[in-house]
Ligand binder design. Structure first.
Ligand code: SAH
Ligand code: SF4
Length: 352
């Protein structure tokens, strides 16, 4: 059996694991600080622990379960890791430095069962939920790549975080309590799992919630996102409104611009009506090309500007996703998709 990983444990849990020692309280504080504040991944490098304890720890535990199978850097200093923990299921996380802060994007599942038609992850199918150690482990692996502190985390990598609420919430708590990040800098993006939005609202964590809206019309949204058949636009936007009321937080609507599908100006007008009367903003995301076999294309700059102007005229707060890391396939699931394809090409038997 594999050793238990300490990443994913709270300080209290680490203390309980050291029950054979009298100094468990002191040592657990030092270890939590090494693991979460310094992103130290080797017991042997935890210089403030006695040498014998370091050896004992090495025999009993792992710091992190993650191994890196690919590490790519873009020309604009975005770095992406494809990680796994020995079971062959790879998932990805991305480090995104800005002049004033460093952000990262992490995965909550290996693959995704939601099947959105524009998404590389959705097209690749679903393997499993990630555990707390694997979610927090992505943050720490990325943190070990940079001397700057990663202050912002977005759950916009692979998977649907609200299908893995228990581990995602436990991870948010560790990122806040142990790593020391502000809840306000933690963003969970959801396709719109309505009961889980209410579940999250009940917890009243002051995190940032984003909904992938992508069209204000049920027929268009349904064509893009099968989830809409279960919870339609009105119910989903209603849940976001209730979430905002319950938590006092501004919410975000992510809006994917696909040429001729979601970028028509009547949709901008409809969004303005839908989002009126509660604190929110709309984040525009031009479609990142993925071969979806649906013929989806990215709108040109002029249409994006027109769409944006229409929203602004109607009084909507609009932002636009800053696009980074194009040359390393930084969009959701793209790298893992490439990885899967190459391994598939290698392993599939030749059909006669
Ligand atoms: N499952 C969650 C979070 C992961 S996806 C969700 O769907 O919200 C993170 C974001 O990337 C979502 O807004 C998703 O719609 C968007 N996305 C997926 N494929 C994309 C593509 N090809 N181009 C641009 N954005 C994409
Ligand atoms: Fe899953 Fe989000 Fe991709 Fe949809 S967009 S398939 S919910 S990861």
């Amino acid at each position: 059996m594999k050793n238990q990983s300490l990443v994913g444990c709270t300080k209290k849990e680490i203390e309980a694991l050291l029950d054979w020692r009298d100094d468990a309280s002191l040592r657990s504080k030092q270890m939590a600080s090494q693991i979460y504040k310094r992103a130290q991944s080797e017991f042997s490098q935890m210089a403030d622990l006695p040498a014998q304890l370091r050896q004992e720890l090495e025999q009993r535990f792992l710091v992190s379960p993650l191994e890196v199978s690919r590490h790519v850097r873009s020309s604009d200093s975005v770095q992406k890791l494809l990680v796994h923990n020995g079971d062959g299921n790879a998932y990805e996380c991305v480090l995104i430095p800005y002049p004033d802060r460093v952000s990262c994007c992490i995965s909550s599942q290996v693959g995704c069962p939601m099947g959105c038609r524009f998404c590389a992850t959705g097209l690749g199918g679903f393997d499993r939920n990630l555990e707390v150690s694997e979610i927090v482990g992505q943050y720490l692996k990325l943190q070990s790549l940079t001397p700057r502190r990663i202050s912002h985390v977005v759950f916009m990598g692979m998977g649907e975080p609200l299908l893995n609420v228990k581990s995602v919430v436990a991870s948010l708590k560790i990122l806040h309590d142990e790593v020391g990040l502000s809840y306000r800098h933690l963003t969970v993006s959801t396709v719109g799992i309505v009961p889980a939005i209410y579940q999250l609202a009940d917890l009243k964590l002051p995190i940032h919630l984003a909904l992938s809206l992508h069209s204000p019309y049920d027929d268009v949204r349904q064509r893009l996102m099968p989830v809409n058949a279960k919870w339609n636009v009105a119910e989903t936007v209603g849940a976001m409104k209730d979430y905002s009321k319950a938590t006092g937080r501004k919410v975000t609507f992510e809006y994917l611009l696909i040429k001729g599908v979601t970028d028509t100006l009547d949709q901008a007008e409809r969004i303005a009506t839908l989002t009126r009367g509660f604190p929110c903003f709309v984040n525009l995301i031009p479609f990142n090309w993925v071969d979806t076999e649906q013929g989806f294309a990215r709108p040109d700059r002029k249409s994006v500007n027109q769409f944006r102007a229409k929203l602004e005229q109607a009084g909507v707060n609009v932002t636009e996703r800053m696009e980074r890391g194009h040359d390393i396939a930084a969009a959701c699931g793209q790298l893992a998709g490439q990885f899967k394809q190459t391994s598939r090409q290698k392993t599939l038997p030749q059909l006669a």
